[in-house]
Design a protein around this ligand. Structure first.
Ligand code: WT7
Length: 657
């Protein structure tokens, strides 16, 4: 066995397995048979899933792949996404069912909205947007806090065929302006502000500022959420319109028009390897099929009894697929929470789960790790026995965080579904099925029925079990991105050129298959380092560090090294109860990694820090840590959630703290 393989097998010796609970297995939405059926005839399988939706006109062709990589799904079919998410549930007699339990951040600020109420509100908003001059095909930007009007605005756009582009409310006016310009948004829907960490946080001024940098915007529709003062220059009568003036007064009658299955539904910007964000385009029929099917299958949704909660922000794709389109197409009841997990106190999330009897909970590893750091005492104060399924998304989940999540939040009962997907894939691709397959901490397991994924080497050959490579999707799928807005070349180049002759979609992630053939997603290929010719993932080492009892969070980068090419450098945050870790903490952690993975992975440096640099979506910006590790001047920090973090880290290190 080579040294590399030895390293791999050390990492993959995870032996904990969690079987589906018997009652879940007995009533699971999908059974094991679905894997074979889908593999035997994927198009027939997807056509079956498309039947979950109401179509005005059925398709003539399931998949048109005549001009790859430009796919068309359900060609000839027509439908309205908003009708599918709202009206059809009302027409089926479920109008009184709660669609959204809205929980504002200020305590006591909560209301529940039924499907019938949602239909009326979406119809009014659709009429209002039309009166503001928005027609099918026009782009509308949405820059809002997590309030029901954000969901209403998205569905109103879908209803009139105006592709929306939701820009995360935490983005700066610059980021907003560049997105508005790139997709030429005619209207912006926003709010005066939202509540964050106990205070009103303004949004409208950023829109005003963005408008000084772009001239594409004709109207700004403003929800009054906080009632905060907009200032003397904060209102432009020629452009700004209050939501309550035009939406509340509009008719609640609106006939949704059926659009082509390939009509653009939305553009979601995501960062690529260059500075310019990519506008990922999703269309209607295939996307909605993918979102609805996966939400039903991966969370084993029982719409009559489940209360679902996804903590993502609607400014990210997770909010699009698993707050708006998937759950609402499925007629689910869900919680929508405006604020932060720790406002007004650290148990806020767990209190919401207890108050609403949440049964399915979907969040991100970064959140789980921060709760882990605080200890189990806070969640233990709340009755979370309603939970039956937990989900994870966004980054690899360290086995220790997975086990903590399952045991502390899930009471050792609930399966954890580690779901791998991307803005580009539109819907979940790789995940266990909670009532069918077992869970293995740290592994996203296998592609769900209908999806074909593989781990391949440079030449595109599938790697054997026990080896690593590139994660690819080998067949088109309905919710796949159709292009990058306005940039077909970049679309081809980024995703399809690497394995062009094979027609594989290159996800940009490294992954490996363990001895059982289960997939472990290791992180972006750019975060994989090469140490003495051996490939190591930052995530692997981070996972090893987080498995140490004193460590709460870790970030590892590959820093250039004279001897080994690259060397792992670790930045760690200690758990509260670990104090300063003791005088030998650095050696202790280096040796711990050596023990967990192998000598090759032993970090050259371990730096104990108070914070890690994160983007507003919670991703660690390793690029900046690499600058520290390589003693370089620190690069662009403008996309950090808190740009002072890098100063803290540099000062802490130079003062030896
Ligand atoms: C990238 C996509 C998918 C919605 C949220 C992020 C990483 C995502 C997992 C997972 C390991 C994961 C990948 C992927 N990622 N889920 N379960 N295990 N890695 O969407 O911003 O488009 O990021 O997030 O690196 O490529 P995104």
């Amino acid at each position: 066995m080579s040294e590399t393989n030895e390293t791999l097998s050390n990492l993959l010796h995870e032996e904990r397995r969690f079987e589906p609970p018997a009652d879940l297995a007995a009533s699971a939405n999908l059974t094991a048979e679905a894997y074979e059926r889908a593999a035997a005839d994927p198009e027939a399988f997807w056509a079956e899933q498309a039947e979950r939706l109401d179509w005005s006109q059925k398709w003539d062709r399931v998949l048109d792949w005549d001009d790859p990589p430009f796919a068309k799904w359900f060609s000839g079919g027509t439908l309205n996404a908003s009708y599918n998410c709202v009206d059809r549930h009302v027409e089926a007699g479920r109008g009184d069912k709660v669609a959204i339990h809205f929980v504002g951040e200020p305590e006591g600020d909560a209301r529940s909205i039924t499907y019938a109420e949602l239909k009326d509100e979406v119809s009014r908003a659709a009429n209002a947007l039309t009166s503001l001059g928005v027609a099918a095909g026009d782009r509308v930007a949405i820059y809002m806090p997590m309030i029901p009007e954000a969901v209403v605005a998205m569905l109103a756009c879908a209803r009139i065929g105006a592709p929306h582009t939701v820009v995360f409310g935490g983005f700066s006016s610059d980021a907003l302006a560049s997105r508005l310009t790139d997709c030429e948004a005619k209207v912006v829907v926003t709010a005066d502000g939202g509540y964050r960490r106990g205070a009103a946080s303004a949004l409208k001024p950023a829109v005003d500022e963005a408008r000084t940098k772009t001239d594409v915007v004709e109207k700004v529709l403003v929800v009054r959420r906080t009632g905060q003062d907009l200032g003397a220059d904060g209102w432009d009568d020629a452009v700004d319109v209050w939501w309550h003036d035009v939406v509340d007064t509009a008719s609640a009658e609106h006939q949704p028009e059926a659009f082509d299955a390939e009509h653009p539904l939305y553009v979601m910007y995501t960062s690529g390897t260059t500075g310019k964000p990519k506008g990922i385009l999703h269309t209607t029929g295939g996307y909605l099929t993918g979102a609805a099917y996966t939400h039903w299958a991966v969370f084993d949704l029982k719409p009559e009894t489940d209360v679902y909660w996804c903590t993502a922000d609607i400014g990210w794709v997770t909010g699009h697929s698993y707050i708006v389109y998937g759950p609402l197409a499925n007629g689910a009841t869900q919680v929508l929470y405006e604020g932060t997990p720790d406002s007004p106190e650290r148990g806020r999330w767990w209190k919401i789960i207890a108050d609403y009897g949440v049964t399915i909970f979907y969040t991100a590893p970064t959140a789980i790790r921060s709760f882990m750091k605080q200890g189990r005492e806070i969640p233990d104060r709340h009755d979370m026995s309603s939970l039956r399924i937990l989900g994870s998304v966004g980054e690899p989940i360290n086995p220790e965080a997975y086990v903590w999540y399952r045991s502390v939040i899930g009471g050792d009962r609930t399966p954890v579904v580690d779901t791998w997907w991307q803005t580009e894939t539109g819907s979940i691709m790789i995940s266990p099925l909670p009532g069918v397959t077992h869970g293995k901490p740290g592994s996203a397991m296998t592609p769900i029925p209908g999806v074909s994924a593989e781990v391949v080497d440079e030449a595109g050959e599938a790697v054997p079990n026990g080896s690593g490579g590139y994660l690819v999707l080998t067949r088109p799928w309905p919710a796949m991105l159709r292009t990058i807005w306005g940039d077909d070349e970049r679309f081809k180049d980024t995703y399809w050129s690497r394995f062009e002759s094979l027609g594989y979609y290159f996800a940009g992630d490294g992954a490996k298959k363990d001895e059982d053939g289960d997939i472990w997603v290791l992180g972006r290929v750019d975060d994989v380092m090469n140490v003495s010719g051996h490939r190591l993932s930052t995530t692997e080492i981070e996972s090893a560090l987080v498995s140490h009892p004193k460590v709460a969070e870790a970030a590892v980068v590959g820093a250039s090294d004279e001897d080994t090419g690259q060397a792992p450098c670790a930045f760690v945050i200690l758990r509260d109860e670990a104090g300063d870790g003791g005088k030998d903490i650095v050696e202790e952690l280096r040796n711990h990694v050596r023990k967990e993975i192998g000598p090759i992975a032993k970090p050259r440096q371990v730096m104990v820090v108070a914070e890690l640099p994160k983007t507003r979506s919670g991703k660690i910006m390793r690029r900046l840590l690499r600058d520290v590790a390589e003693n370089r001047e620190i690069g662009d920090v403008t996309t950090l959630a808190d740009s002072s973090v890098m100063d803290l880290i540099s000062q802490g290190i130079s003062s030896g703290k």
